[in-house]
Design a protein around this ligand. Structure first.
Ligand code: HEC
Ligand code: HEC
Ligand code: HEC
Ligand code: HEC
Length: 200
């Protein structure tokens, strides 16, 4: 009996097995991102390597300010992935490569432009620069999953004017709202410049 006869003989079982595989595959596609965001990449997992007192707002004597997750729930707190892991299949995968320390959350470990320019950058500042550069490049997309620019309510006039300017000059959130929650790191002089064609 060859393989095709076998498959024919057990075709019912084969069909069920194929069906199960298809269902598992489809649910994996749909579950991969939400399961990663909500169950795998939890703050506690980030804290395996990143110090809680530096980055978590609920630690005693923390260096990080709290940031609400929902406007009407004053006890809510934005998670690390809310701000640091943009949506999408590849970004979800970068979470795993990051845990393996193969790449950072977006695949570039070093600030090569500044290194080439000969700057010495303290390692901690370098990570802040990378986060900012990335938010600048992707138009602060993690901020925008919660904040809709046009719907922001202002408590002070200067915010209204700044945001008019932001929209007019197409500035993105991180250009003005850096040092948002963690320990302050100075903004470097040449930050937030669109790459020019002469940059290699
Ligand atoms: C296995 C250890 C490990 C885990 C777990 C981990 N990180 Fe990291 N992370 C690192 C290392 C190492 C760096 C690089 C530090 C440096 O270059 O100074 C880093 C850097 C970063 C940076 C700075 C920017 C960059 O890309 O280098 C961010 C943001 C970050 N991690 C967020 C997270 C978040 C969010 C989580 C949880 C979902 C997490 N990390 C989990 C090890 C880890
Ligand atoms: C998980 C959702 C969420 C994410 C992600 C998020 N925010 Fe917020 N943010 C809020 C909520 C909720 C408030 C409370 C104010 C409100 O009612 O909208 C807030 C408040 C603020 C405020 C005013 C208070 C303060 O702390 O200064 C600023 C500015 C702000 N966010 C900027 C940002 C920027 C920039 C990013 C991206 C780096 C970001 N937010 C990411 C939900 C979020
Ligand atoms: C040109 C600079 C600039 C840009 C770009 C910008 N903001 Fe602001 N934003 C401000 C200033 C200034 C304030 C007022 C801060 C204050 O009053 O303390 C403000 C206020 C806010 C507030 C708080 C409103 C309040 O009064 O409680 C939120 C939330 C906010 N910005 C979110 C964002 C988000 C999200 C983005 C990107 C979509 C963004 N901002 C882009 C400058 C900017
Ligand atoms: C409300 C948004 C927000 C949340 C929540 C948040 N971060 Fe950040 N994080 C930022 C921004 C914005 C920067 C860029 C530096 C700056 O300008 O503050 C940053 C920078 C960093 C850096 C680079 C080094 C540094 O100190 O700047 C690391 C590492 C980091 N975050 C890890 C974490 C971890 C771990 C958590 C969860 C415990 C977390 N962040 C939660 C917005 C956030």
């Amino acid at each position: 009996m060859d393989i095709f006869d076998l498959l024919f003989k057990y075709r019912k079982a084969v069909n069920i097995a194929l069906g199960v595989i298809a269902v598992l595959f489809v649910s994996w596609i749909f579950a991969y991102e939400p399961v990663t965001r909500n169950f795998v990449a939890q703050d506690a997992v980030c804290n395996y390597c990143h110090l809680p007192w530096e980055f978590n707002s609920d630690e005693r004597l923390t260096a990080t300010k709290p940031h609400l997750a929902h406007p009407d729930d004053k006890t809510s707190q934005a998670t690390c992935v809310d701000c640091h892991l943009p949506e999408g299949w590849w970004n979800t995968t970068y979470a795993y490569t990051h845990f393996l320390s193969v790449t950072d959350l977006f695949g570039h470990m070093r600030d090569r432009d500044s290194e080439r320019a000969g700057d010495w950058i303290p390692p901690r500042a370098a990570t802040a620069y990378r986060v900012r550069d990335r938010m600048f490049e992707n138009d602060s997309n993690t901020c925008r999953t919660c904040h809709v620019e046009a719907e922001i309510k202002f408590t002070r006039e200067r915010g209204v004017n700044a945001h008019k300017l932001a929209i007019k000059e197409k500035k993105t959130c991180i250009e003005c709202h850096n040092n948002l929650v963690h320990r302050p790191v100075d903004v470097r002089a040449n930050a937030f410049k669109k790459a020019s064609p002469s940059d290699g």
